[in-house]
Design a protein around this ligand. Structure first.
Ligand code: FAD
Length: 564
């Protein structure tokens, strides 16, 4: 077996269906006779059916760069499938008949209906699917391999993308892996060409964009460009995922487009401790992973590496232009594009992003700076969390803030942890003034306003956790924004905003509705939002009831067009 997880949670990963469950599945599945050696699914093939073994047995084998490994043998009462089966995207394993007999083939549509209507089977399937994906990721065995350097920003970008999308891949660090030259020679790749993604059939991609990776690995379900969706959710952070779960569970046709990976800012948090229901805390990635699965269970389609470039708001249905050149059409839109950290005004900052300058503090970044002295810039909760988390593996953590202290900006529980941790030093009224290094950050200079002194230090990791700016550039000219670029909604919209927008409806905008009818804004991107996971989730779920109302108004002229 490839890893411990398979051993520890084997029973939950591969549970036996009861006779009553088999009978219910028998009523919706097709009976298919099987013969020894039949191949039911190839790796990389889109799952059309989920297979349940009635008689005989199936081998589930995982191909990898170092050969194929049989993960398990399915016997009568067992079922195949994992998260990709539910998403309708290609899976990772070979499903071969070991001993002929019979299987039940459950189609994708029937599977989705089943997990929404049969609570008992849904629980068994969903748990198994999630654990099987976790097992695949933890196995480190895959026919996708990323060759890259820990000192390269492009490598970090791809690793983050694959990791945050829970995609199993083999990671080869060209700086430390002993076999690296053999691999480079085998795939005819030069050291200067990394990062390189090697996929099925030995296909090589040199320094690909995340869009190319998503396309190559077929990470997204197929999208019908001519379809008008009831609602398109833009952004799959906590707000967007909550909107997707509620909208899909209420029967709406939902498409989520996400520029990177699900989870948003929360997905970059090592541990969220104040989200209701998780007394011991939960990592942002785990929270996002659960929400993503939940949205897919209810039938939402989620497309990653799909950045909304522009909203065409002249007429309804609205059209969203996507970065890969495609468009999607929507009767209503939920804008959940959140915010990103503000950069420091340092001239060579961009050169070190991912090569010493980081915007997230997850286990991945923590590994890069183990036993080192590091800097966290910022005085908010995200900075506090990052400092406390990183202090467990780093030699010394310096927190730098421009303010006099943390009391105004950080939760009390985090301030106490910082004060009590001998590995963390707080520098108030201090700013970074210079970054040093060639390809990777090797040192910084900071200035303290009180002493008037500047100091330089050999530091190779700086975590920037400063204030946020909203991701609203793609909405240019379509919705009213406040003076910082956040989206005004509901009663915050002023009469002049509505008149400038040509608002025609006899009603005022709904709660969370923008100055454009049927377009809603939720979470951190919204003017006046609270900038917390719970608030984002709350807003994403609340707005769905107003989406229903907006859908009922579709035939009414809602906006006076500028040209009219
Ligand atoms: C490190 C860190 C730790 C935190 N810890 C906590 C905590 O402990 N407790 C707490 O309550 N809050 C915490 N927060 C704050 C919390 O994460 C945010 O308030 C929350 O994530 C906001 O959710 P959102 O969905 O509105 O936006 P975001 O999380 O910002 O998500 C927006 C999503 O939209 C996508 N996007 C952006 N532009 C586009 C586009 N044009 N097209 C398609 N997609 C796009 C982004 O890629 C992103 O995935 C933390 C934040 C950070 C960064």
């Amino acid at each position: 077996m490839p890893n411990e997880l398979y051993e520890k949670r084997r029973e939950q990963m591969f549970p036996k269906l009861t006779a009553a469950q088999m009978e219910r599945l028998g009523a919706i599945g097709r009976r298919v006779p099987t013969a020894n050696g039949d191949v039911l699914v190839e790796p990389g093939q889109r799952h059309n059916d989920l297979y349940v073994v009635v008689a005989g047995s199936l081998d589930i084998a995982l191909p990898g760069m170092r050969g194929e490994e049989v993960l398990t043998i399915l016997l009568p009462g067992d079922f195949a499938g994992e998260m990709s089966t539910l998403r309708g995207v290609p899976g990772f394993v070979h499903i071969r008949v070991r001993e002929g007999g019979e299987v039940l083939a459950i189609s994708e549509d029937k599977l989705r209906d089943l997990v929404q209507t049969d609570a008992e089977i849904s629980e068994t399937f969903m748990r198994a699917f999630i654990l099987r994906r976790m097992g695949l990721v933890a196995s480190g065995q895959s026919d996708a391999m990323l060759l890259g350097s820990r000192f390269s920003a492009s490598t970090l970008r791809l690793r983050e993308f694959l990791t945050r999308n829970n995609y199993p891949y083999l990671n080869v660090d060209v700086d430390t892996d002993a076999d690296v030259q053999v691999l480079l020679d085998r795939f005819q790749v030069g050291m200067d060409e990394v990062p390189v993604l090697i996929g099925r059939c030995g296909r090589v991609f040199r320094n690909p964009s995340i869009e190319q990776v998503a396309d190559f690995l077929q990470m997204n379900p197929s999208m019908d460009d001519s379809k008008v969706h009831d609602v398109v959710v833009v952004g799959a952070g906590p707000a967007g995922l909550a909107a997707a779960v509620y909208a899909a569970s209420e029967g709406l046709d939902v498409l989520v487009v996400e520029a990177n990976a699900p989870g948003g800012q929360a997905g970059t948090s090592s541990r969220i401790e104040n989200y209701l229901g998780f007394p011991t805390g939960i990592s942002g990635m785990a929270l996002a992973g659960r929400a993503l699965v939940q949205s897919q269970k209810f039938g939402a389609d989620v497309a990653v590496a799909c950045q909304a470039e522009r909203l065409r708001c002249e007429k309804r249905p609205y059209t969203i232009e996507i970065s890969d050149g495609r468009v999607v059409h929507a009767s209503t839109v939920i804008v959940a594009t959140g915010a990103r950290y503000r950069d420091l005004a340092l001239p060579n900052l961009a050169a070190f992003v991912g090569a010493g300058i980081y915007y997230a503090a997850t286990h991945m970044e923590a590994k890069l700076c183990e036993n080192e002295e590091i800097i966290v810039v910022g005085g908010g909760n995200s900075a506090g969390q990052a400092a406390v988390f990183l202090a467990s593996g780093c030699r010394q953590v310096h927190i730098m803030v421009r303010a006099d202290g943390l009391a105004e900006s950080m939760s009390r529980y985090l301030i106490r942890r910082i004060e009590e941790n001998p590995r963390i030093t707080l520098h108030t009224r201090t700013q970074l003034t210079a970054l040093h290094g060639e390809n990777h950050l090797t040192g910084v200079t900071w200035h303290n306003e009180v002493s008037g002194q500047s100091e330089s230090c050999d530091v190779s990791s700086v975590f920037l956790m400063t204030g946020a700016t909203p991701n609203t550039a793609w909405l240019e000219g379509c919705v009213a924004l406040d003076d910082k670029g956040f989206i005004r909604t509901g009663s915050d919209l002023r009469a002049e905003d509505l008149s400038a927008a040509g608002w025609l409806l006899p009603r005022p905008p709904h709660l969370l509705e923008t100055s454009l009818p049927g377009v809603f804004a939720v979470g951190d991107v919204r003017s006046g939002s609270v900038k917390r996971v719970a608030a984002a989730v709350g807003e994403g779920s609340i707005c769905v009831q107003f989406v229903h109302r907006a859908l009922r108004e579709l035939s009414v002229p809602v906006r006076q067009m500028a040209a009219a």
